[in-house]
Write a protein that binds this ligand. Sequence first.
Ligand SMILES: C[S@@+](CC[C@H](N)C(=O)[O-])C[C@H]1O[C@@H](n2cnc3c(N)ncnc32)[C@H](O)[C@@H]1O
Length: 266
Amino acid sequence: MSELLESLVASVLASDKYAHITPDFVRAVAAEQLRRHAKSKDALKATKNKLHQVAAAYFDGKVTYTAWLRQLAQASAEERRAVCRAIMANHASTRERLPVLDNLYATLTAKLPPIRSVVDVACGLSPLAALWLPDLTHYYAYDVYHDLADFLNSFFQLIGVQGGAYVQDVLSNPPSQSADVAFVMKALPCLAQLDAAAAESLLDRLDAEHLIVTFPARSLSGRAKGMVENYSARFESLVAARCWQAERLIVANEVVFIVHQLARPV
Ligand SMILES: C[S@@+](CC[C@H](N)C(=O)[O-])C[C@H]1O[C@@H](n2cnc3c(N)ncnc32)[C@H](O)[C@@H]1O
């Protein structure tokens, strides 16, 4: 089994599309697919499909981290936000948010105490919106791509924000870093495709007084399919079962819950 698993992991990582994903995460996905499929050919196909669904599908632009870093380094402080916007257009999740980015971050900063530190779970390119958080000093970002983490670490250095970007499967290893606010933006539906129970229990592991939990109002293909109602009902039942207070906003294509943890998990 373990030889078969390692050869499957190697086959996945040999493909350019998945080469930068952390092998540990590929291994976890592949092990699950080997349990489900008798033929290794089918398990390989299913592993790639799953990695596409939960990660690669969102990177639908051309990823050119070196060029992006150069553009960021050459931009003046005033130009930098425009460069960040252009870069965020390369990940479907942040691209959908661009028309409401100013409004969303202004609303969050107005509704919460000063946001000095952020934990961003399954972050994609959203840490580039750090420039929209005026009081920020520390940003801790987590995703499964090595090249993304390297890029974000250089970005944080460039803008003088401390913290870091970490290559981490947040389901098997939830971040333990404490912060003022934890962002779980459009991440739960995606993580639930891997393990619904682990995605929910991740919320209880986050060490932040406030959580920003968001859901897409439309699928990647643009269909709405009652998503606002379904995600809201499910999340509201999670809130009701905890010592949380939550406010829901609908900001264009995103359902945003601002959650205040009244009692923190021990
Ligand atoms: C829907 S996108 C959300 C990105 C970002 N939070 C945003 O709102 O723009 C989901 C992200 O989760 C990441 N991801 C998927 N599974 C993960 C896991 N187990 N651990 C950490 N990140 C994961 C993907 O690489 C992708 O960047």
